[in-house]
Design a protein around this ligand. Structure first.
Ligand SMILES: [Zn+2]
Length: 257
């Protein structure tokens, strides 16, 4: 599942392919968009910029129109040289933008919408997002305030997945962050100090930013490693569903307190 680092990396690659380039064609092959007339509405408009906030990606066209995408579990952005084979089947493409050199493709949705620039500033799904851990500067004070306004009985691992507290962390990075900071993801927010939770995001941030820059595969220490020995203390790594969506949390019961 794409987390903030993957989405930020996609934004950079999509931006390199589109910003300042001639747009040759825009197609929306998915039947869902048949009546939306995006090709007509976007005709003749260049791309001003491409950016990400947490797991949300924005392609900003001239004339105050912006494409908003969220990949959830299934979606992906692909950037290909013209003629290069796509990594997913063409019938899974929802959007294809062509320049003289590149094809930029969004596969498998599921959130892909064209909105006015002003709506991006008022849409509640976007305005309630917490500070982006991958941004140039991360506002720790806003993060702490949001976290302290959250339910104090909530497990810290679950709270870190809530994009209103901090944007960009997904299930894998959450598990890794809790492990690196030696914090038990099940511990209630009320029992986690500001220093502990700031220490956790300060460990995570450079790793996620490096991943966004390089695209290198993450080397998981606990995520997906249930039953294997902890790399720090040798205890078997545990796994259990946590939170409203029962996302599987991985942690070491031996050294995460
Ligand atoms: Zn351990």
């Amino acid at each position: 599942m794409p987390e903030g680092d993957t989405v930020h990396r996609a934004a950079r690659r999509v931006g390199e392919a589109l910003v300042g380039r001639a747009i040759v064609s825009i197609e929306t092959p998915h039947p869902r968009f048949a009546r939306d007339r995006w090709p007509e509405r976007l005709a003749g408009r260049g791309v001003r910029g491409v950016d990400a906030h947490g797991k949300h990606l924005f392609v900003r066209f001239e004339g105050e129109l912006t494409l908003h995408s969220h990949l959830r579990m299934s979606g992906a952005w692909g950037v290909y040289r013209r003629g290069e084979t796509w990594r997913r089947a063409p019938d899974r493409a929802w959007l294809v933008i062509r320049t003289p050199d590149h094809e930029v493709v969004e596969f498998d949705g599921p959130v892909l919408e064209l909105m006015t620039e002003s709506r991006t500033r008022f849409d509640r799904r976007l305005t309630t997002l917490g500070p982006d851990l991958l941004a140039e500067s991360f506002d720790e004070r806003v993060f702490l305030r949001r976290l302290r306004e959250d339910d104090p009985t909530r497990g810290v691992g679950d709270a870190l997945l809530d994009q209103r507290n901090v944007a960009g962390i997904g299930n894998a990075w959450k598990a890794e962050g809790c492990f690196l900071a030696a914090v038990d993801p099940w511990r209630a927010l009320a029992a986690v100090s500001d220093e502990e939770v700031l220490g956790l995001v300060r460990l995570l941030r450079p790793l996620m930013r490096e991943s966004a820059a390089s695209g290198a595969a993450k080397s998981a220490r606990v995520y997906g490693r249930a039953g294997l020995p902890c790399p720090r203390c040798g205890t078997r790594i545990a796994a259990r569903g946590q939170g409203d969506h029962s996302r599987t949390t991985y942690w070491c019961p031996g050294c995460q307190r």
